[in-house]
Design a protein around this ligand. Structure first.
Ligand code: SF4
Length: 345
């Protein structure tokens, strides 16, 4: 049997593993710190462990690592990291700089099964869930290259469809002996899997972003098929009961698409839908891409929508489309690389 990748384990899992090796519990914490605070991947370097124990560990376990296959840097400083996983599958992470407060956007699956009509990743078929190690290693790898302040699960995949690996990964990210991110700086973004939202909220305390994009079930059913299972009313009720870190708000993401969801009527309905949920709203202008007939909104439509929400006293941010020259919209780098190489996953 293959040996255990310690990066698949939370600290509690590692303590159980170490106990199974007949060793003291506190050794797990020492190893965890070597891995996440020193970035060590070989047991020989863990010098506060006995030589004998290091040899035993090397026989029973390993510490995986990821090196980016490609890093593309955009003129606005956005950096895209493409990782090739052990089975040849590829995922990407995007580092978005913002006056020294870098945000890292990470992936949770290879491809995505949710099939949102406006999303390029949705056109890649779902291949598999990422392991806990593969999620955590995106952060470990980029951290060697740049400071990371915020982490968002907004890359490839629906994180709530992979809770078995996303929750342990979050526990490693926010563990004081692990990667030491404040839970106020970790955000999980979902297309709206309602039962899993409740499970996430019961398992860890993190920020939540919900990709909303439509204000009627009719339109949302069409552009986000998940809505046929969990319509707006159920989704918004789940948002209301989600336990956020203190003084935090839910973020509603709203991709503005020309003549589809960018009118003042849409803005009015949006205000009605979310008015009793402490939230902020991120507007994102749709990025036109091959294979999708949707159009980018006009600047006038964006400004009108933005102003309406502001006038209703919402915190609203219109996200500038970043990294356009390196195709930073999720999934695009992977798509380009694969078409260039003629490979499929
Ligand atoms: S928007 Fe998110 S959930 Fe929807 S297809 Fe794209 S990656 Fe999947």
């Amino acid at each position: 049997m293959a040996n255990v990748d310690l990066k698949n384990l939370t600290l509690a899992d590692l303590e159980a593993f170490i106990a199974g090796q007949g060793k003291e519990r506190f050794r797990a914490r020492q190893i965890f710190k070597w891995i996440y605070q020193q970035g060590v991947t070989d047991f020989a370097s863990m010098t506060n462990l006995s030589r004998e124990f290091r040899a035993e560990l090397a026989a029973a376990a390993r510490v995986s690592d990821l090196q980016p296959e490609v890093v593309e840097v955009s003129t606005d400083g956005t950096r895209k990291y493409l990782f090739r996983l052990e089975d040849g599958a590829r995922v990407e992470s995007v580092l978005i700089p913002d006056e020294g407060r870098n945000t890292l956007c990470i992936s949770s699956q290879v491809g995505c099964a949710m099939a949102c009509e406006f999303c390029l990743t949705g056109t890649f078929r779902f291949t598999r869930n990422l392991t806990t190690a593969e999620i955590v290693n995106q952060v470990c790898s980029v951290k060697r290259d740049a400071d990371i302040r915020n982490i968002v699960f907004m890359g490839m995949g629906e994180p709530l469809a992979n809770l078995d690996n996303v929750v342990p990964a979050i526990k490693v990210l926010i563990d004081n002996d692990g990667l030491q991110f404040s839970n106020r700086r970790v955000t999980v973004s979902t297309s709206g899997l309602v039962p899993e939202l409740d499970i996430l909220g019961a398992s860890v305390t993190v920020n939540l972003a919900v990709s909303l994009n439509a204000t009627t079930d009719e339109l949302r059913d069409r552009i986000m098929p998940v809505n046929r299972r969990y319509p707006l009313k159920e989704l918004l009720a789940a948002c209301k009961r989600f336990p956020l870190p203190s003084r935090r708000y839910i973020t509603f993401e709203y991709v503005l698409i020309r003549d589809l969801n960018d009118t003042l009527d849409d803005a009015r309905r949006l205000v009605k839908l979310v008015s009793d949920i402490p939230c902020k709203i991120n507007l994102i202008a749709f990025n036109e891409h091959e294979g999708c007939s949707f159009r980018a909104p006009t600047q006038e439509a964006i400004d009108r929508f933005h102003k309406y929400l502001l006038d209703k006293h919402f915190t609203v941010i219109t996200r500038a489309s970043r990294g356009g020259d390196i195709s930073a919209a999720c999934g695009q780098l992977k798509g380009r690389l694969e078409s260039a190489q003629g490979s499929t996953l």
